[in-house]
Design a protein around this ligand. Sequence first.
Ligand code: DGL
Length: 277
Amino acid sequence: MKRLRRRAAPPPNERARAIGVFDSGIGGLTVVQQLARLMPHEDIVYLGDTARTPYGTKSPETISRYALENAAFLLDKGIKLLVVACNSVSAVALGLLEQELPVPVIGVIEPGAREAVRRTRNGKVGVIGTEATIASGAYTRALKSLAPELEIYTRACPLFVPLAEEGWVDNEVARAAARRYLASLERSGIDTLVLGCTHYPLLAPVIAKVLGPKVQLVDSAGTTAQAVRGLLQRQKLLRNNGSGSLSFFVTDAPERFIKVGSLFLGQPVESAVRLER
Ligand code: DGL
């Protein structure tokens, strides 16, 4: 704990500092896309732990250790706020990061849960995510704390991650996986489904087709970006002018990140720097 805190001496102009974002790999770029859209004047420094992805199949202890290492790297960059753009990390290590870091920390679970509560009409909410996220029960806790009367149905959909990375988001394989994973949620009568994984927004069209128009999809990337802007505004740390920049760091060879990343970022990833660890 002391190590992380000592690393981050606040520079004189706090508002000018970058927003730090990390994810297990590529998926967090869906959050970066929304952050950059909503806050075009901000510098964003992103770390994708591509050497150790996926996190969603790993234990809470391992995910927590990786999360602290990623946060330490971004703190060294002098960030003013940390966005944990990974549902699996937000599910198991958000409390730890909040406790250890000297800057505000925002995860993707609370904003997604809040939006689902706002949108549901029949009180039946579904959540899909990685095995780590679903096993943690973090979404269920967040939803219940906001609206204890909700009925919540969850399902891990691990195959959606490689499908999204392969760009197989609207073919017969994606449709078959979606039908299989979502069958029980469909039967439960949910009217709202939280896409509780950074990769799932790419599969939103196929998920929407399987569940039909009565089920609304909540993408936590957009709601997280709104939460970040709100927090920066309240703390008078939001930049109002200047053109923001995007810098990408990865822990493995950058070529695949640059190639696949554009699918998640919605624009070309120009370059990425590999960290030596
Ligand atoms: N970023 C992860 C998440 O949102 C998905 C990929 C992984 O399992 O590492 O849970």
